[in-house]
Write a protein that binds this ligand. Structure first.
Ligand SMILES: [Zn+2]
Length: 388
């Protein structure tokens, strides 16, 4: 069955055009199986985009947060902030198109602290010469972000305890004055230092072979955000992982006295629900105080996929309700796996091969509205999403 996706109607067939009231926070997480993007609409702050992802349908790439916003907020004339948590392809694809579409109207462009743009570009060039394309399409994103800043957007390199938006008070009819802020809780000083070291070490000297930087080294500098609006606390865990070093990753967030408590109502689970993204002490604390809702964007590019069945069980124990944006299609996953393995064996490029699709263009998403007192007033989700 051929896919027809001429508009957001087909990408988001169950998305209602209703909008939250002017005192509700709206959070939408988009996760089609590969990629993750979060769209926030906060009264008094406006619309913010955290990471981006795409769906490729009939040779056309659809930038999903952009399609979502064009459909729901066609008259939107300003983006409060656009943010990249870390330089992984499943988080940055399409950010350049968003900046192009809202050119001149993005107030803040934020990304993780942690390099040496010059070193990173050097690294990417070497990687390409060596035949790797792990960070394919990243340079246009980096350039688009730098260009937006050059054209007047406020540029922010986020590190532990940096404000994305300065704390402010918003007046609401039913709840009076409400405090709001968006604070980055990571990367820590040591995470940034270790990442930069790894980056430098991976730049091959003349005559040496370039070794790509490890995926976990890129997750090390992932931004984690704490969003605060009245009684609402939302934590967006990025792809941050647990490491041995106490000054790095989730252990740092847990042990640093200066970092506020992250007893959130809503928790975007880290790193697609992987075992490495789970730090038990934090969840133990969460379950004591809140009926936390967990949100997971899965990752379907490995044979088993993320989250694994075992890890889902762990999250079910510590979390009141969990939503996974889309089901992981095993047939499709296996198909891709074998395709890649055969291509590797034949040493051929598999990018032009056809994958048989299941006929649906529907993009997995969860959309939540919350009042300043923490009451969830609406949850809307795609038909392929899962509630646990
Ligand atoms: Zn990721």
């Amino acid at each position: 069955m051929a896919i027809k996706a001429d508009s957001a109607d087909e990408l988001f067939p169950s998305l209602s055009k209703n909008l939250p009231s002017d005192e509700e926070v709206e959070i939408t997480i988009i996760g089609p199986g590969y990629g993750e993007s979060i769209i926030l609409n906060i009264p008094g702050v406006g619309v913010g985009i955290i990471d981006s992802c795409q769906s490729r349908i009939n040779d056309t790439n659809y930038v999903l947060p952009l399609e979502y916003l064009k459909y729901l907020y066609p008259d939107l004339d300003k983006i409060s902030f656009l943010l990249l948590t870390h330089p992984h392809k499943d988080h940055y694809l399409g950010l350049d198109s968003i900046l192009q579409y809202y050119r001149g109207n993005v107030q803040r462009v934020c990304w993780y602290a942690g390099h040496g743009t010059v070193e990173l570009k050097k690294y990417l060039a070497r990687e390409r010469i060596a035949g790797y394309d792990k960070l394919e399409g990243f340079i246009p994103v980096l350039k688009a972000m730098e260009k937006a800043v050059a054209e007047g957007a406020t540029g922010k390199k986020l590190t532990e305890l940096t404000n994305v938006v300065m704390p402010t008070k918003v007046y609401t009819k039913n709840f009076g004055w409400v405090d709001t802020s968006i604070l980055a809780l990571s990367p820590s000083f040591d995470s940034e230092r270790k990442y930069t070291e790894a980056l430098f070490n991976s730049i091959a000297k003349t005559g040496e072979i370039s070794v790509p930087i490890r995926d976990s080294a890129l997750n090390r500098i992932s931004v984690v955000l704490l969003i605060h609006f009245g009684q609402i606390k939302i934590v967006l865990g990025g792809d941050l992982e647990v490491e041995l070093d106490e000054k790095i990753g989730w252990k740092r967030i847990y042990t640093c006295d200066e970092i506020p408590s992250i007893n959130a109502n809503i928790f975007k689970v880290s790193h697609h629900g992987s075992e490495n993204g789970f730090y038990e002490p934090i969840w133990e604390e969460l379950t004591k105080t809140h009926n936390t809702v967990g949100l997971i964007a899965p990752f379907d590019r490995t044979i088993e996929g993320l989250p694994t069945v075992e890890q889902i069980k762990v999250y079910q124990e510590v979390c009141d309700t969990i939503y996974i944006t889309s089901s992981i299609n095993n047939t499709d996953k296996l198909h891709r796996y074998y395709k890649k393995r055969i291509a590797d064996q034949l040493r051929r490029d598999s990018s032009t091969w056809t994958v048989i699709d299941d006929g649906s263009a529907e993009v997995g998403y969860i959309r939540i509205w919350i009042k300043p007192d923490g009451e969830v007033s609406k949850i809307e989700r795609s038909s392929n999403s899962i509630k646990l």
